[in-house]
Write a protein of this length. Structure first.
Ligand SMILES: Nc1ncnc2c1ncn2[C@@H]1O[C@H](COP(=O)(O)OP(=O)(O)O)[C@@H](O)[C@H]1O
Ligand SMILES: O=C(O)C[C@@H](O)[C@H](O)C(=O)COP(=O)(O)O
Length: 320
């Protein structure tokens, strides 16, 4: 029997096509390099590379792109038995990235009829979740049915079995129908989760621009299930808030930035790994930040994920 999974990520496994030529708009970019992408897939790869036992629940296209994603996840050590192939011809999502300058990056997602949003409750076995330590849900999987119901079911199974639920807000402005819908579903899951991670902008979207303030956002959620809220602020770092009123500041490791995307998924990977290894929240923020610093200096969001040695070398080189 397989040993217990420490983490299952749920949702999008897709393809990133990152501009090979930097410092130009997408209109003028002629070549792209292909990587596995999709926030939950990136986090599965990142945490697996750090040494956690990780599985993923996802749905990809039944074609060469789906094969590429599954093969890469397997090669990265991610248990892929519940990465299903869509039987109705739906496609693996594609993300094209533009690197105009290290500070000016953007992404264009092709997600019409994306296979991951058709992940359904029939695509996985409840026991798979029951036997894991943690389940990571990405906000995008809530944007459309049947993936939305599948996510709520997965959370329900996790909660009934004492499996920790981590919610990565992962807001993408695709496939949602209205601001109210985003807020309703994201808030419902955030209130049920044990740990919530998101950028300040993502909290603003979830809250429909009510708080604009980390303390207020954290206070509101900490009255429900969550024990830990992490609010990220890009180059300004991050802040963690605990149920017993602790506020922990996370700083950044300055680096030569190649592109800005990938920071969130690598941060989550380092942060979750450190928590699993019983590091303090302060240390977990350092691991997340070091991991992100390494990934923003490289070309991809998945292949660039650091090893534990890379992260600890970076942290140690700044000690004192
Ligand atoms: N330019 C950067 N240089 C070094 N670290 C960065 C940089 N941008 C982000 N990070 C790190 O990555 C974390 C997450 O970045 P952020 O941009 O807030 O998330 P997201 O990528 O999800 O939008 C930050 O809290 C910080 O630790
Ligand atoms: O999540 C996606 O589908 C796209 C990602 O694979 C892409 O690399 C990206 O945008 C990463 O973003 P971030 O980690 O949230 O900065």
């Amino acid at each position: 029997m397989m040993s217990k999974l420490e983490l299952i990520t749920f949702g999008r496994a897709a393809v990133d096509l990152n501009a090979t030529e930097y410092n130009r708009p997408m209109e003028e970019t002629m070549t792209f390099t292909k990587y596995v992408g999709g926030s939950p897939a990136n986090i599965a790869i990142g945490t697996s590379k750090l040494g956690l036992k990780v599985g993923m629940i996802a749905k990809v296209s039944d074609d060469q792109h789906g094969n590429f994603v599954i093969n890469y996840l397997k090669k990265s050590g991610v248990d892929s038995q519940y990465i299903k192939k869509d039987t109705q011809g739906r496609k693996t999502g594609l993300t094209f990235t533009e690197i105009k300058s290290p500070e000016e990056c953007s992404i264009v997602m092709y997600r019409e009829n994306a296979a991951d949003l058709y992940l359904s409750v029939d695509d996985f076995d409840d026991d798979y979740i029951k036997n894991a330590e943690s389940l990571l849900i990405s906000g995008t999987s809530l944007s459309q049915s049947p993936s939305r119901e599948a996510a709520f079911h997965a959370i329900d199974v996790a909660k009934k079995s004492g499996v920790e639920v981590i919610f990565e807000l992962d807001y993408r402005p695709y496939t949602w129908k209205s601001k109210e819908e985003i807020s309703i579903y994201m808030t419902a899951v955030a209130r049920m989760a044990d740990i919530v991670i998101g950028t300040r902008d993502e909290f603003d979207i979830m809250e429909m621009n009510i708080n604009f303030d980390d303390e207020a956002s954290a206070k509101e959620l900490l009255e429900y299930t969550p024990r830990l809220i992490v609010i990220k602020h890009g180059v300004k770092g991050s802040r963690a808030f605990t149920k017993d009123g602790e506020v922990i500041e996370g700083t950044i490791y300055k680096t030569k930035v190649l592109k800005t995307f990938g920071a969130g998924d690598s941060f989550a990977s380092g942060f979750i790994y450190a928590l699993k290894k019983n590091k303090s929240i302060k240390e977990a923020l350092q691991y997340g930040s070091a991991s992100a610093s390494i990934v923003v200096s490289k070309h991809s969001s998945s292949e660039a994920m650091p090893t534990i040695q890379d992260i600890e070398n970076l942290i140690n080189s700044h000690e004192g």
